[in-house]
Write a protein that binds this ligand. Structure first.
Ligand code: PMP
Length: 403
């Protein structure tokens, strides 16, 4: 992997913040975008912009073809069986809300939905609200102190009432890479379908939906170098075909009269209104960039950064790292003594370092650890070992100033 070239591909990284070179370690919140992605979006608006589908004119056909090619590319990237299984959404949050909405008629009073104790609010609140509305029960698979899930316990929780298991592929707080293939197998043995929240998974793990056997997989483009406002809900054809539409309006219909409407086929049934075409093309360009760079090389590099940073941070007095799973992706949460994460984060910002502080949209997980939040450094392909050095020195300095 040519790190120098990669950094050149992300021009935003080359800037000063508070008089210091920017060290961007907030990648779990959003990643920066390479020129290839920026250029693709710009090209679309410079040369191809038109509304998609049904247009007879040249530009509409160009835009439609580009949009549908993007869908096909994304389907191949996650190894979906067909491109009809790729529904474009605004991102993970919308993908999960879409699913919670269309599964609603299927969830009856007394039914159960299982999530885990490490879920992002996006994979918690939609299920909680659905359960509340339908008088169903939300059950939570506990996390242990290391940040892993107990699969034996999961087996016991999978009673006949359970209608869905919704779980993170990779935790955005702990970095835990959950054994999702095994989880899917256990759930399927009991006839329970599985949704994986792949907001972090898409960026830090190989995603092969057929190999995982998963029923639904949700992710956001912006976590994997693509623009904001585009994401995907993957759903197995046999599921999506059976489920009702989500939003109603243009694009998603077949025939409309004042008396009755019939709906379009997949995937359009789930894409009401004008879609984010530029976003879809940007996502295709981002995945292409990742593939061209080399998925294995990227993951190895991130793993090196994670291990190096963990080792160096552990040498700081009073350091408490949250999340010690054996399988861990490039997300590093920590606290130092009684220092408030916000104070640490503010001082790091003054030294040009971007980290995230707070509850990371996982308040129940913070309650479990009895902490107000953490400081979180998260790595991407463009981060360097030198940046880790700068970051760790800055943490030491900040701790010295605050104590
Ligand atoms: N789930 C996880 C694990 C996440 O990390 C995030 C983003 N922080 C989300 C869901 C929500 O993603 P988005 O805001 O892009 O919809």
């Amino acid at each position: 992997m040519d790190l120098q070239q990669i950094r050149k591909d992300f021009p935003i990284l080359n800037q000063q913040v508070n008089g210091k070179p920017l060290v961007y370690l907030d990648n779990a919140a959003t990643t920066q975008k390479p020129l290839a992605v920026i250029q693709r979006i710009s090209d679309y608006y410079l040369k191809e912009n038109s509304n998609v589908h049904r247009g007879v004119h040249h530009l509409s056909q160009v835009a439609t073809e580009a949009y549908e090619n993007a869908r096909g590319y994304i389907a191949k990237y996650i190894h979906a069986e067909e491109s009809n299984e790729i529904i474009f959404t605004r991102g993970t949050t919308e993908s999960i809300n879409l699913l919670a909405n269309v599964l609603s008629p299927w969830i009856q009073a007394g039914d159960e939905i299982i999530i885990s104790g490490m879920e992002h609010h996006s994979n918690l609140v939609p299920w909680q609200q659905l359960c509340e509305r339908n008088k169903a029960r939300l059950k939570v698979l506990p996390v242990d102190l290391d940040g892993t899930l107990d699969l034996n316990f999961l087996e016991k929780m999978l009673t006949p009432q359970v209608k869905l298991l919704a779980i993170a592929h990779i935790s955005n707080v702990l970095g835990t890479v959950n054994p999702v293939k095994e989880i899917v197998r256990i759930a399927h043995n009991k006839g329970v379908p599985v949704l994986l929240d792949g907001a972090q998974g898409i960026a830090h793990a190989k995603v092969d939906v057929q190999d995982l056997g998963v029923d639904f997989y949700a992710f956001s483009g912006h976590k994997i170098y693509a623009p904001m406002g585009i994401g995907v809900l993957y759903g197995r054809f046999t599921w999506l075909r059976r489920l009702p539409p989500y939003q109603f309006g243009g694009e998603m219909i077949d025939q409309v009269s004042f008396e009755k409407t019939t709906f379009n086929e997949l995937p359009y049934k789930y894409e009401a209104g004008t879609p984010n075409v530029a976003g879809a093309l940007g996502l295709e360009a981002a995945l292409h960039y990742v593939q061209k760079t080399g998925v294995d090389d990227i993951f190895n590099h991130e793993d090196k950064l994670l291990k190096y940073a963990t080792e160096k941070l552990e040498n700081i007095d009073g350091m408490r790292i949250i999340g010690h799973a054996k399988e861990k992706a490039a997300v590093l949460s920590f606290l130092v003594n009684g220092l408030h994460p916000f104070d640490l984060g503010t001082l790091l910002d003054q030294m040009g370092i971007a980290v995230r502080t707070g509850h990371h949209c996982a308040q129940p997980l913070m309650d479990f650890y009895g902490i107000p939040g953490t400081v979180r450094a998260s790595f991407a392909m463009y981060n360097t070992l030198e940046e880790v050095d700068i970051f760790v020195d800055a943490v030491k300095k900040a701790v010295g100033m605050l104590q």
